[in-house]
Design a protein around this ligand. Sequence first.
Ligand code: UD1
Length: 419
Amino acid sequence: MEAIVVEGRSRLQGRVTVSGSKNAVLPIIAACLLTGDECYLEDIPRLADVDTMCGVIGEMGAQVYPDGVNNLHINAGSIAKMEPPYEYVRRMRASFLVMGPLLARFGRVKVSLPGGCAIGARPIDLHLKGMAALGASITVNKGNVEAAATGRLKGAQVYLDFPSVGATENIMMAAALAEGTTTIENAAGEPEIVDLANFINSLGGRVTGAGTRVIKIDGVKELHGSHHAVIPDRVEAGTFMIAAAATGGDVLVENVIPTHLKAVMAKLTETGAHLAEEEGGIRVQADLPLRAVDIKTMPYPGFPTDMQAQFMALLTTARGSSMVTETVFENRFMHVNELKRMGASIVIEGHCAVIKGKNKLTGAPVKATDLRAGAALIIAGLMAEGETSISCVQHIDRGYENLVAKLQALGAQIRREER
Ligand code: UD1
């Protein structure tokens, strides 16, 4: 089994360039199914999840071929199957995003109930509510969801009980080819939603309000091909910023959009780290120890749930007590037991974790239970005394491009190893 091995007490120093956003590119690849013309995507991160999404649409008949390392041509001109293969869908929840575009363009789709990181129940009721509002008939049978429409979908008003990212994306894609206007109320406002709206508009779609709580989509009859560059990955950027501060480092994180990172920057500043927007990036410098702070995850522009685990790793050695409250997913504290194996003092009370800052962590064998938990353990390993070996690295490979090489370039003693 492959492990990531970290020698601790590293101080990160230098520059690092952030890759394209995983969470932006996955729905954009699904949106390529909205048109029979060719789409050309730039700044695609090379990740297991991107391969899975390409596999999903490839198995259904789309042609996907790379151009260099980080660009893709996608042509969904001849789609043969309306059913993405189960082995892909069970691997990654985002595969469910093919539902909206396939239903809108072909009037029918069958998708198995999705898998993905085990960070909560993660139902799909809001996705289905949206498809039903647009006129689809939905049946759930033996672990599969079947949706069908007679003629084009019909624009409608959809209110989301929670601003779900995936449901907002699926509904936006379905509505892009519907007859009439769709309004999504209490929509998610994440930057990845804005990138998807921009992509749909580049195909000839008419989406307005993305980035706010109300998104309006005027459906069009047909969409055409386009050329689109994906936004930088704010979670990867935030992970490097947290790692830089947690190790008392000095790092310029390049290829970032600072407005996407306001919440993380505000919280890092509260810990005593120095952040400066410089040409080309954000520079993070810190002297240890940092100060304890409280964080609470919220939909964007609140503190992102995808950076909760990494920030908690930083807080394990901050001076004082911190409280971390998780409001987006109900089971996103799986990294806590692993951090405790490294000597962290953390008590969980329902949706809250109370962290008492220690002088130091100690390296230990630990397990990446999901993608961001894996990143948190790497940060903890960089801070700790001695060696930390992290197993189940396949979770980390789902969402970080060349993470080990990028950290090595910042001076970390880190390697992949068969154990
Ligand atoms: C996306 C991100 C993920 C991030 C999450 C929240 C991608 C590929 N993944 O996941 O990295 O952690 O947003 O920012 O972009 N919910 C329902 N019913 C639904 C859908 C969701 O109750 O139909 C609930 C979920 O169980 C969860 C909350 O809504 O508690 C947020 O989920 P959602 O925003 O949909 O997350 P994803 O789109 O799956």
